[in-house]
Design a protein around this ligand. Structure first.
Ligand code: SAH
Length: 210
């Protein structure tokens, strides 16, 4: 599939946001997958990126980004840098991006790759994203690309007033739900966006504060 075919498919499935479609055309997805899988880079399914992790399906990346509802210049936190593809898309949209990855090798690779592609303003952190990145909070948007059992309280605490958190929750496997969580006048509201399958958010409970 070509980049145009990928974007057409995403459009036909209801994601119509013009700056987002432009950003999807601009990020060279073939640079974010292993060399042996380049021919499949724009196909609409997840691909293995090593370490038992995957680069998310393009439609899912587009849907989650659209539901974040953020504007250029706003601060966003991404949990699960992985390949860095979602990170690049957020940067391409003119957002101030903070991204956290727990696996050292993926963190280092993504940083190197994004820097080489000219994305110079992204802030990278190696660590447990369950804790968010409190030093730069609050965030207008938080996007989580691995599934915890429940919504991490530290992430709710780091969401700005009027901000949105897009996150899958549930046990490993296929019984997960994608949520849009909003902070409106200090209250937390949740909308269910659909059923999804993500890799688990790994988390050491001994470092948790809930
Ligand atoms: N957005 C990425 C998705 C990668 S898969 C992409 O499209 O390439 C999810 C990623 O979350 C993996 O890289 C995994 O290592 C990472 N991850 C899992 N648990 C994490 C945690 N507690 N903190 C930060 N990253 C985590």
């Amino acid at each position: 599939m070509s980049v145009e075919a990928m974007v057409s498919l995403i459009r036909s499935r209801g994601v119509r946001d013009v700056p987002l479609l432009r950003a999807l055309r601009a990020v060279p997805r073939e640079h974010f997958v292993p060399k042996t899988l380049r021919d499949y880079a724009y196909n609409d399914y997840p691909l293995s990126i090593g370490q038992g992790q995957t680069i998310s399906q393009p439609y899912m990346v587009a849907l989650m980004t659209a539901r974040l509802d953020v504007s250029p210049g706003e601060k966003v936190l991404e949990i699960g840098t992985g390949s860095g593809y979602q990170t690049a898309l957020l940067a391409e949209l003119g957002l101030e991006v903070y991204t956290v990855e727990v696996l050292p090798e993926l963190h280092a690779q993504a940083r190197e790759r994004l820097t080489a592609l000219g994305y110079e303003k992204i802030h990278f952190r190696l660590g447990d994203g369950y804790q968010g990145w409190p030093e730069h909070a609050p965030y207008a948007g938080i996007i989580v690309t691995a599934a915890p059992r429940q919504i991490p309280l530290p992430l709710l605490a780091q969401l700005a007033e009027g901000g949105n958190l897009i996150i899958p929750t549930g046990p490993p496997g296929r019984h997960q739900i994608l949520w849009k969580v909003m902070r409106v006048s200090g209250e937390i509201k949740k909308i269910r966006l659909g059923d999804v399958a993500f890799v688990p958010l790994v988390h050491d409970p001994s470092t948790s504060d809930d």
